[in-house]
Every structure is written in C-alpha cells, then in structure tokens.
Design a protein around this ligand. Structure first.
Ligand SMILES: [Ca+2]
Ligand SMILES: [Ca+2]
Length: 335
C-alpha cells in the first residue's frame, strides 16, 4: 500500500511539473524589435517596424517549433542584391505570419523546411517574394504579393506544398515551379502579372510534375507559360462556392485583361458555372471543367432563401434521428 501511495505521489508531482512546464511554455512570448537570429523554439512577436535595414539577412530562423508573428509590422530593406528579409533553414513546424516585407532581394527564403506555414503576409517590391528550396509539405496561404519581380518561386526538390488563397497581382512574374512534383495550387487570385501567371518547367529528374492546379482566378495576358509535361487542372465536379461565386468546384477561371479569355467567352448552356467545353492548354494539359462567369438567372433573393431552408430541414432531420438513436439506446440499457 505504502509503495503504491509513494508511486502515486511521484506521478502527481511529475504531472504538476509537466503542467507548469506546458503553461510556462504557452506564455513564453519573446519580443523582437530589430534584425536577429531565432535559434530556439518559441513564439516571437515583432513589436515595431524595421525600416531601411542594410542587413544582408534580417531575421534568420534556425530552430524547429517557432512562430514569428509580425503583428502587421514591416521588415524593410534597401533593395540590396541577394539580401533576405526572412531566412529559414533546416527546420520543421515553423509559422511566419502577419508581416509586411519590402525592398529585399528575397522577401522570405526557405531551405529544407517541412510542415510549416507562411500566411497572412504582405510582400511588395522584392526581387522574389517567397522562395522555397528542397522543402516539403508546407503551406503558403492567404498572402498578398504586389510589385515584386517574381511573387513565388517553388524551386528544386520542393514537393507536396500547398499554395492557396493568395492574391498575386501586378508582379512581373506570378508563380514559378521548377524541378519539383505534386504541389497543390488552389483558390489563388493571379492577375495582371506582366510575363505570366504560372510557369511550370520539368518535374524532378525530368518526370511529369503532376501538380494539381484548380479553382484559381487567372487574369494575365499569358496565364500559363513553358509547360512541358503533365499536370492536372481540375478536380471532379464538386458542389461548393467556386472562386467566381459559382455553385461548383471544378477547374480554373481563365481570363485575360482584354476580356477574351476562355472562361470569359465560353458557353454554359446548363448554367452550372462550368463551361460546356474543356479548355485545352496543350497536348499534355487540359482543364476539363473550366469555370464560366456565373450569373444566377432567377431572383437572387429567391435563391438565398431556398438554400438555408433546405439545409435547415436536413439539420432538423439529423437532430431527430440522433435523438431517436439516443432514446433507443437509453431504453435498451433500461431493460
Ligand atoms: Ca526601404
Ligand atoms: Ca455548364
């Protein structure tokens, strides 16, 4: 008995110690107010703008499990060639968010990073906005890229990354993918970029890149550039609000600034927001479900009333079924 009590007491103190450790870790916010190296895990907050920094690398992250939260502050350089706003390498589980990054050679450059997130940043006037080298399973989401030379470069050996919900407008080049495979590009607005919207070269070792690219709004004079091998440009027709407000997800919206893009001129006889015909990009690449301009024909207020009524009804049925199942279970237990 005494032995058991002693071991219980040991477990209790161990638990309390762990709890204290977790709580203290959760509260470990570190403030940053100038260029620095982050070499241990933690939550780092930028507390003020860094303006006209002449550093060759402003913030370097070398540790796993780091959050860098800019809280809307700027990391601004002086357009030095090959300078870096944020440089992250050899890490896992890093988040970079809420930063404004301007006037660098490379805004955010990443090498050997995995399972990490770059989100809600604004990148302008950099030679390259975000660059990924040999990095896997990352997410680049909800960032805004304007007036960079190249917005996003997914470079050699960077596979299985998700690039979603970004706004990429008025850059020289939009997204470039080279020597990598199986990346996902979805829900982005890629518009008015001078040379191209998306450029894809070969996959790794010359194989098919097999990138999946769907539900993007593409509105550039040259939407897709330099394709060589096979990629996928749509998912199967799935109910859901697409990027131009239509009722189905499928492929991409293909526009150009002069208003003559495939999606801007295609027929949509059954008015489901998907063009009648596929959009053939080249012999290896076809968007089988290109989006069309979606214009509901009936009174919009009529539609907006109809949808909630239907879903309310299904919810009521579901609740009824769950209640019945619970009642039956209780009754059976009572037997
Ligand atoms: Ca500057
Ligand atoms: Ca249709």
């Amino acid at each position: 008995m005494t032995l058991i009590k002693r071991s219980n007491a040991k477990y209790c103190s161990l638990l309390i110690f762990l709890l204290i450790l977790i709580v203290s870790k959760a509260n470990a916010y570190s403030n940053i107010s100038s260029c620095t190296v982050i070499s241990s895990p933690g939550y780092y907050v930028l507390t003020q703008d860094i303006i006209n920094s002449t550093a060759s690398t402003c913030i370097e992250i070398t540790s796993n499990d780091v959050v860098l939260d800019g809280q809307g502050h700027r990391i601004d350089g002086v357009d030095l060639d090959r300078s870096r706003g944020v440089y992250v390498h050899d890490v896992d589980n890093v988040t970079i968010k809420n930063l404004r990054i301007t006037d660098w050679g490379e805004g955010i450059v990443i090498r050997y990073m995995s399972r990490s997130t770059i989100s809600n940043n604004i990148l302008s006037r950099n030679s390259e906005g975000v660059v990924l080298w040999a990095s896997l399973n990352n997410s680049i989401s909800a960032n805004t890229f304007t007036n960079n030379y190249e917005a996003i470069l997914i470079a050699s050996g960077s596979n299985y990354n998700i690039i979603s919900g970004n706004v990429i407008i008025n850059n020289m080049e939009g997204i470039r993918l080279e020597f990598n495979i199986n990346n996902f590009i979805l829900n982005n607005t890629i518009s008015n970029n001078v040379l191209y919207g998306i450029q894809i070269t070969y996959g790794l070792f010359g194989q098919d890149p097999n990138h999946l690219i769907y539900n993007n709004y593409l509105n550039n004079s040259n939407n897709i550039d330099n394709l060589n091998k096979v990629n996928f440009w749509n998912i199967s027709k799935t109910p859901g609000r697409n990027i131009v407000g239509g009722p189905y997800l499928g492929g991409n919206f293909w526009a150009n600034p002069s208003g003559t893009g495939f999606s801007q001129t295609c027929n949509d006889t059954d008015m489901d927001g998907i063009c009648d015909d596929p959009y053939v990009i080249d012999e290896n690449n076809t968007d089988y479900l290109p989006l069309s301009l979606y214009m509901p024909t009936s009174n919009p207020s009529h539609i907006s009333h109809k949808v909630p009524l239907l879903s309310d009804f299904s919810l009521a049925v579901l609740i009824l079924l769950l209640t019945l199942t619970a009642l039956i279970t209780i009754l059976k237990r009572g037997e």
